[in-house]
Design a protein around this ligand. Structure first.
Ligand code: SF4
Ligand code: FES
Length: 248
């Protein structure tokens, strides 16, 4: 397969960016999107040119590093799939593919396709801790967890913090991410002691970082590689409202 790539190039955060065009030749259909970029970079390096900077770590849909907007859609628009797990066979041979970084005020572009997503780390930090008694490990059945709460918590915990929900949202809202992180602890008995403080602090930090508000367009859920449900946003709003009523 061969492709024409239009890639956003940015030398550093203060330089003006521009699209550059590169050929991608001899692409094997079963290559992942990142492997295809690796081949393009090997070619650039062999020619003495600057390789394209992009983030990746696990390449297994776990770490949330592969932040690429492909043909205008975060992670390329293949349902439940991070860019690192997107295969080239899903693209039409000979087509042009446009690749950009996440674009949101709270995610400044550092270089080419690399963005700084430390705003998410600060939101997690604002969430604080859970209380755990010291001493020996408790018996596994000492603290019963209802099955539906355990399953909902696990669904929320699947969030990999990639930021696609922000990148695709017209408001650059981080509500889906924050709702997932709030919910996976608030749903469990172990997370209940700090429940109110957690949701208030995480929402306040989200606002302080400059993310926009949610207007429930649902684009976040559509591109989320872990298919986190919009219903977690409703759950977080309930938790937030109750915390405010309790004097938050
Ligand atoms: S909610 Fe989904 S899109 Fe948003 S950060 Fe988590 S995994 Fe990524
Ligand atoms: S590189 Fe880890 S999720 Fe894509």
């Amino acid at each position: 397969m061969t492709f024409t790539l239009r890639i956003w190039r940015l030398k550093n955060a203060s330089a003006p960016g521009r699209f550059e065009t590169y050929p991608a030749k001899d692409v094997i259909p079963d290559m992942s999107f990142l492997e295809m970029l690796d081949v393009v970079n090997e070619d650039l390096i062999a020619r003495g040119e600057e390789p394209i900077a992009f983030d990746s770590d696990c390449r297994e849909g776990i770490c949330g590093m592969c932040s690429l907007v492909i043909n205008g859609v975060a992670h390329g628009g293949h349902r439940g799939t991070a860019a690192c797990q997107l295969h080239m066979r899903h693209f039409r041979d000979g087509s042009t593919i446009t690749i950009e970084p996440w674009r949101a005020r709270a995610f400044p572009v550092v270089k080419d396709l690399v963005t700084n997503r430390s705003a998410f780390d600060r939101i997690i930090q604002a969430g604080g801790f859970i209380s755990a008694n010291t001493g020996g490990a408790p018996d596994g059945n000492a603290l019963p967890v209802p099955k539906d709460a355990a399953e909902a918590s696990m669904d929320a915990a699947a969030c990999i913090g990639c930021g696609a929900c922000v990148a695709v949202c017209k408001n650059a809202s981080a509500m889906l991410f924050v709702a997932a992180k709030v919910s996976h602890l608030n749903l469990l008995p172990q997370g209940k002691a700090e429940k109110e403080r957690r949701v208030l602090n995480m929402v306040r930090q989200m606002d302080a970082e400059g993310f926009g508000n949610c207007t429930v367009t649902g684009s976040c859920e559509a591109v989320c590689p872990k298919e986190i449900s919009l219903s977690f946003i409703a759950r977080m709003n309930r938790d937030y409202g109750l915390a405010m009523l309790k004097g938050g």
